[in-house]
Structure formats: C-alpha cells, structure tokens
Write a protein that binds this ligand. Structure first.
Ligand code: SER
Length: 434
C-alpha cells in the first residue's frame, strides 16, 4: 500500500512525541538574527542557539517539521531526489542523550514504526580525522550492530560525507551517521557488497540519524568544543516517502504528481519537474515575505520565477500558475497556516514578476532568433552574440543558456562571462582584466 507525505509527517511526529520529544513549530524560511545564513536550509538552523548554550529550549528533547530551501543544488533539480524547497523532519537531543540512544531511536522509527525492512538499509559512520581530533565513530558502529546491521551494511565515510555543517559558514557541527536505502539492481549499479563502492545512485540517503553536535566552527576555519554534546537528526519528507513507497523519484509523491498533470504538454519531463519544484519553492518564499528582487534572498525568488518563465518562453506557451498554485495551496495550506493566509499575495507577486520579466524575455528572444538564423548550422552561439543579447536586452545569461540548450545550441559560458567582466571593468573605468 502506498503512503503519503502527510501520513509520514504524522507518524514521525507521533513517534518522537511518544519518546518524550516536544513538538515545536517550524520557523520561517527567513532566518532571524543569523547573518551566516541566507535562508533556512535545515531543521537545526533556526534552533542553533540551543546547541551553543546561548538559549535554553523548552525541553531537552524536541521534534518538528521545518520548511527548507537549498539552492546550491538548483542545477540538479529535476533528477531523482533534489528539490529546492522541501520539508525536513527533525528531532533533537539538546545536551540529553547521545549516539547510542540516537541510533536506537532511528532503528525504532525506520524499521519499527515505518516498517522498512532492515535488509534494505545501510548506515554510514564517520571515519575520523586526526587533524580535528576525531577518531573512527566506534560507538555508532556498535549501536548499528546491536540493531542487527551486518558489517557490510555499515559504511565508513570521511569528512565530505559525514562531517555535517555548520548550517552557515560558522556554528555548531559534528560527525554524523546517515541511513541509506538500497534501490536495488534496477538502478543498474552493482551492490556495495559486490563492488565495494557505495554508489549514491543506488543508495539514497533517507535519514540523517544523527549529527553529533560537539564542535563549533569558527570564522578562521578552526573548531572548538561545544559546551555540551547534542544530537540533530533530519530527513527530507518527500524523499523518505519516495523510499517507503519504493518509488524512484520524488516527483512520484504529492504535491508533485498533481502538479505534473497540470503542465503544458509541450514541456519535457525534466522541464515539468523543474517548474513543479520552482513554483512550490517560490510560493513559500513569497509567503515568508521574500518578494522577487535584485539581491540576496530576493534574487532567489526572482531566479526561480524567471527560470520557469524562460522554460515557457522556449515553447512559446504559458505556465498555468493559478492551477499550479491551487495544488500547492491544497497541500501546504493544510500544514502551514501562514501559507494559507498569503494565498492572494503569492498570486499577485508571481503575476507581477511574470509581467516585468515578459518584456525582457520577448525582446531577448527576438534578438536570439535573429542571431541564430544566421548561424548556418553551427552548434555554438558565438560568445560575442550571447554577450550582446545579455547586455543590450538585460537578458539573464542563465536564461539565454536555458533557451540555447532547448534549441540544441551551446554557449561558451566562461567566454561570455569574460566579456561581461571586461565590460564591467571598462564601464567602471578600471584597467582591463587579463
Ligand atoms: N542537520 C542535518 C541535515 O541537514 C540533520 O538534520 O542533514
């Protein structure tokens, strides 16, 4: 039987509540009093002061569902598991239990409550790093063994994978232990047992069962011990649901399934997915007060809307925003009161940005078509032409690249950027960059 994100969200909160964790509300996507972070990117980000002892939580055991935005993966959106906006299920021990209990809880949740067969699960543990004074994480390893994990289901990984955080440039962080699910031979990739390679196309991360918060990263890159140790867990709700349903990508879960049915039929599967992701992300940003603009987090909202509009323009069609927003509202308005309340505002702001960008888009497209008619079958748009379109029409290079790709043309992006740098330097009166 298939499950839904709504059911998993409820089961998750129920589970941690039954283990003495207090449910706290999720925060806005806009960080408050945190200059290290543009947008909330994890469940722990809004509660950082608890780990550093700058604030005291209402209970030492907490859990919630937190809206998150991650834009560093924006180019990967549309693949199997990356989303710009997602909801993160999180639980915390603030100076309370540590590794043993965290792993035990992860086992009870995943195998007990959510009924995922243990044979499909793999746990990664931190390999250690002498330079920061951390040894191999024996304690987590033994805790997974106690849950019945065989040695070839426990995978040691280094800093890049298993030293988590901080959420911004500085702040609390630590080694972690993560749970992956095996999507099996249908991925076409050999198993870890056969190949010794832990390939993340076959094994998908479903639960960061514990960041063991014990370090604070300073601005100079050094680490200092935190006043006490804590546990921070997190799972992307959409991805966890996909894994439990045995699906292969997050777009097989709601609200994406429904969003995909509303897309113009000329869109490719990838374009449908990108628009489904971006419309949800942009609407949550607007709901949290981040209207499209030129800088910082406002530029992210603008970029998301402009990326959608460029896709539509490539096909000379329109995005059915009212219908798409109905779907997002039906899903997220239920769990986020603030989102429900901003429905009219979201629609207004999206329409205004679409109107502003449409002028740039149509003049840029005309210029693009004119230039490409003269290309005589060449597969590359010359950098000088691309530069001209970008500067003369205020056309974003990213949008130009999107259009070129749809029409089977390449753009030498570094070449165009070099011309743009020269142009900027000249207009500032500075010497030409080499
Ligand atoms: N902060 C960790 C993560 O984002 C666990 O929640 O993966």
């Amino acid at each position: 039987m298939t499950t839904t994100t709504q059911i998993i969200r409820e089961q998750f909160l129920e589970f941690f509540q039954s283990r003495d964790h207090m449910i706290i509300p999720g925060a806005s996507l806009v960080p408050s009093n945190d200059p290290t972070l543009l947008l909330i990117n994890s469940g722990m980000a809004p509660i950082k002061p608890y780990f550093t002892a700058e604030a005291v939580p209402i209970s030492p055991r907490l859990c919630n569902v937190q809206k998150c935005i991650r834009t560093n993966d924006i180019e990967d959106v549309g693949d199997r598991s990356h989303l710009t906006f997602f909801e993160m299920l999180g639980s915390w021990s603030i100076g309370d239990y540590f590794k043993d209990v965290a792993v035990e809880l992860a086992g009870d949740l995943l195998m007990g409550k959510l009924n995922i067969p243990q044979s499909k699960l793999y746990a990664t543990v931190y390999k250690g790093n002498d330079t920061i004074g951390l040894a191999y994480d024996e304690e987590s390893h033994r805790a997974w063994e106690r849950l019945g994990f065989k040695s070839n289901q426990i995978v040691p990984l280094g800093d890049e994978d298993n030293l988590w955080g901080p959420a911004g440039d500085t702040g609390p962080c630590g080694p972690c232990t993560e749970v992956f699910i095996d999507l099996g031979d249908k991925t076409g990739i050999g198993s870890y047992e056969e190949t010794g390679i832990f390939n993340t196309r076959r094994y998908i991360e479903i639960w960061n069962a514990g960041v063991f918060m014990q370090l604070n990263k300073n601005a100079d890159g050094s680490y200092a011990p935190l006043p006490f140790t804590s546990v921070d867990t997190g799972a992307g709700l959409e991805r966890l649901t996909m894994a439990i349903n045995g699906n292969e990508n997050v777009y097989q879960e709601e609200p994406y399934t429904l969003l995909l049915t509303q897309m113009p039929s000329v869109f490719s599967q990838h374009e449908c997915r990108v628009v489904a992701d971006h419309v949800r992300a942009a609407s949550h940003l607007i709901s949290d007060g981040v209207s499209p603009g030129r800088n910082g987090r406002e530029y992210i909202t603008r970029r998301l809307i402009r990326r959608m509009e460029t896709i539509a323009a490539c096909h000379r069609t329109k995005i059915p925003y009212p219908e798409l927003l109905n779907v997002v509202q039906a899903k997220d308005g239920r769990n986020h009161e603030e989102f429900k309340k901003s429905d009219a505002l979201i629609r207004e702001v999206v329409a205004a940005e679409v109107a502003v960008f449409s002028r740039t888009l149509s003049s840029g497209l005309k210029a693009f078509d004119k230039v490409t008619r003269k290309l005589n079958g060449s597969a590359e748009l010359p950098s000088q032409h691309a530069f001209n379109i970008v500067t003369a029409h205020g056309f974003p290079l990213e949008a130009l690249e999107q259009i070129a790709t749809t029409r089977g043309l390449r753009i030498d992006r570094p070449g165009v950027e070099l011309l743009m740098d020269r142009h900027k330097a000249l207009s500032r009166g500075a010497p030409k960059p080499k």
